[in-house]
Design a protein around this ligand. Structure first.
Ligand SMILES: [Zn+2]
Length: 202
């Protein structure tokens, strides 16, 4: 059988000697006493299937062109032509157009590119499209190399070593580029964090 779970699910490996696993939605216990513990805080899905799973997100993920892979540049530019009326956040982080890019990684990608989350895709000129592509590659590579963001824990309960620039940890502090206060807004079913000076709404 296959077990699939999505990004709303927290997965932890509990050591054999850990007595209290707290509340959980699923526990897979191993012979040596260790266990995989799955919990869901806000939303999340755990799916057990035989390898054939007719679920839109799952199929899109399996067949997606992954960021940092070879064909990604072509896929990225091709996608622009279908999305001119969309905001940058809607374009990058919804409908599994770019699996691997969600609201969590989006904030620093847009900050590095100097783009406001509500900017329309159709209003980005070639330079800014190119800057956005470069930022996706740079930020995701750094996050991967550092074991994830410092706002998320890994399988062993350790925070990632990538220091987020725009996140719940930095909201209200000064932007490292211009000194303006970092703000938070609710937008498209999640919080966006940005610098109002470095990322102006064009
Ligand atoms: Zn700034």
């Amino acid at each position: 059988m296959h077990l699939s779970f999505n990004d709303g699910v927290n997965a932890r490996l509990a050591k054999p000697d850990s007595e209290n696993n707290g509340d959980y939605q699923l526990k897979i216990a191993f012979d040596d006493g260790s266990a995989l513990i799955f919990t869901v805080a806000m939303y999340g899905g755990l799916f057990l299937h035989n390898g054939t799973f007719n679920y839109d997100y799952y199929i899109k993920n399996l067949n997606a062109v992954q960021p940092l892979s070879e064909g990604y540049r072509d896929y990225y530019y091709k996608s622009f032509s279908e999305a001119s009326n969309m905001s940058v956040k809607a374009f990058l982080a919804t409908e599994q157009r770019f699996p691997g890019i969600g609201n969590g990684v989006l904030q620093d990608i847009l900050f590095e590119a100097g783009i406001h989350p509500k900017n329309k895709i159709g209003e980005l000129d070639d330079d800014r499209r190119s800057a956005l592509f470069d930022s996706i590659t740079k930020v995701l590579s750094e996050m991967t190399a550092n074991g994830g963001r410092n706002t998320e824990k890994d399988l062993f309960g350790e925070y990632g070593r990538y220091q987020t620039k725009m996140s719940k940890l930095t909201v209200g502090t000064e932007c490292r580029v211009c000194g303006e206060k970092i703000v938070k807004q609710n937008y498209l079913g999640g919080s966006v964090y940005f610098c109002p000076h470095c990322q102006t709404l064009k």
